[in-house]
Design a protein around this ligand. Sequence first.
Ligand code: URA
Ligand code: SF4
Length: 248
Amino acid sequence: MTRRESILREMGLAPLWRLRDSPTGDSPSPPAPLPLAGEGSVEAGAAGEVRLERTRRIAAMGWDELKTSVAECRDCRLCEKRKQAVLGVGELEADWLFVGEGPGADEDERGEPFVGQAGQLLDAMLAAIDLKRGNKVYIGNAVKCRPPGNRTPEAEETAACFPYLQRQIELIRPKLIVALGKPAAETLLGTEVKVGASRGRLFDYRGIPLVVTYHPAYLLRSLTEKAKAWEDLCFARRTMQGLNDVAR
Ligand code: URA
Ligand code: SF4
């Protein structure tokens, strides 16, 4: 057990990714570190090659290229109705990464994630654990273009957009990722996720601890869940403190 693991364990934050090997097997198994989207798949033929080539290209991008590429992207049908693609906002090397679902009308208009009503709640959630947009925090989304009528993005769309998120995470190198809601969690973990059952657990995205909580838009509709989200944020903050203690 590494020092980091033993400290987290002492804090009651035994990493979930260990549990996969446990004999009880009572947890959902987070996937092994994901290959780059498209890599290692059985997709054969020209379409698979093109996709893989695109993924590799994105995986080599810096922030400027990423920005331009996302702004011009037409790689899934969400490009058709968007006003603009929304890459993300915050410190480019942030400790915290919050990942939402996709831009809504306000975000599509302004080009920044979480600026509408759900965004105000997210800002309040951040403030509750002494965080602020742009200060050690980066906020992004599973898809960069607004799904029409704010529908949930489809698997095909999150898959098409995932290489961008993967690259963002590589560049940001966050210490902790907070997945806001099911689509974000499922995109990042590459598996089916039930938010209620995943709360309070530590998942692993390519070696980065990841926690799952409700999406702020859901909390706006369901006030009774707000207390749970608050617990989740405290859990996230404790985890971050644990990580920082270990780093010291
Ligand atoms: N909901 C999201 O998931 N993301 C946003 O950027 C805004 C609302
Ligand atoms: Fe491209 Fe992502 Fe927008 Fe689809 S959602 S067009 S993949 S940037």
